[in-house]
Design a binder for this molecule. Structure first.
Ligand SMILES: C[S@@+](CC[C@H](N)C(=O)[O-])C[C@H]1O[C@@H](n2cnc3c(N)ncnc32)[C@H](O)[C@@H]1O
Length: 267
């Protein structure tokens, strides 16, 4: 993974939130927020919170007196997240690297991370950090994407974009869809010290109500746009091709399959 794959900066967060959010993230955000709320946790830390898609649902789902801290590596993502809350709503926003959490030991009774772990370069280290800041009876709930075969939109976006480059095509779409080996992930969680680990595959059919904005965000709403720029590509031309490919694959049904894997790990 290149360092650029984690640069969700500049105009990326806005495209991400508006174009990718409703099409691929909100369903799983609702799922994970409900699961965290069900634990009854009152000191909650969110890692890689991004534009606050989970954060917003979580704040609504947990008890009013529960404390929620939402963190991300990129302040630009958190700026959008913070805009989803009114003054007086109890959420602390803070930049934080998931592999070096700026919190004391045993501070939280639940940790949540939606579609972030794939971007952390050192998986063992991020799980050790999660366990360190969790109380002994706390739990870590996170999800990752299943492979391209279960999330065909990502392969379509990758291949359409790659088709514009005769050599060295952008590789961003490998990163979020290449960390899904349940046995391997479970093994790393055990190695980090988590004792109880469970995993559940969550297939879903997503409704597509705005394909143009979805296609736009598949190019402008993640760090692949920087890879396109570096290679001298024309992002607008590529958006048109991605939109055509999405319409040709999913336009008739206006829906597409997705799948995530949800992990729950307890110390
Ligand atoms: C696909 S987004 C997921 C955001 C959000 N959880 C959601 O569901 O929309 C991945 C996020 O991981 C963040 N990220 C990448 N590397 C990180 C790190 N080392 N520590 C914390 N956050 C990181 C990025 O800034 C980005 O916001």
């Amino acid at each position: 993974m290149t360092r650029d794959a984690v640069k969700f900066t500049g105009t990326i967060p806005e495209y991400y939130d508006k174009g990718l959010g409703p099409n691929i993230f909100t369903y799983y955000a609702d799922d994970i927020a409900r699961r965290v709320a069900t634990t009854g946790a009152t000191q909650i830390l969110e890692i890689a919170a991004g534009t606050g898609i989970v954060t917003r649902m979580l704040r609504d789902a947990i008890a009013p007196d529960a404390h929620l801290t939402a963190t991300d590596l990129n302040q630009a993502m958190l700026d959008i997240a913070a805009g989803k809350f009114n003054n007086g709503e109890a959420v602390n926003f803070q930049t934080a690297d998931a592999m070096d959490l700026p919190f004391d030991d045993n501070m939280f009774d639940a940790l949540v991370c939606q579609f972030g772990v794939m971007f952390f370069p050192d998986k063992l280290r991020c799980y050790q950090e999660a366990l360190r800041v969790l109380r002994p009876d706390g739990c870590y709930i996170f999800n990752v994407w299943s492979p391209w075969s279960e999330n065909p939109f990502a392969q379509i976006a990758h291949e359409t974009i790659a088709g514009f480059f005769t050599q060295n095509p952008p590789t961003f779409y490998d990163v979020p869809f290449s960390y899904h080996d349940i046995r391997g992930i479970t093994g790393t969680l055990h190695e980090a010290g988590f004792k109880e680990v469970s995993a559940e595959q969550l297939p879903h059919i997503a409704e597509l109500d705005d394909i143009p904005h979805f296609a736009e965000a598949l190019v402008y709403g993640n760090p692949i746009v920087a890879e396109i720029d570096e290679r001298g590509g024309n992002p607008d031309e590529i958006v048109s091709a991605v939109e055509a490919a999405i319409v040709s694959n999913f336009g008739e049904a206006k829906s597409m399959p997705l799948e995530a894997i949800l992990f729950t790990a307890g110390g």
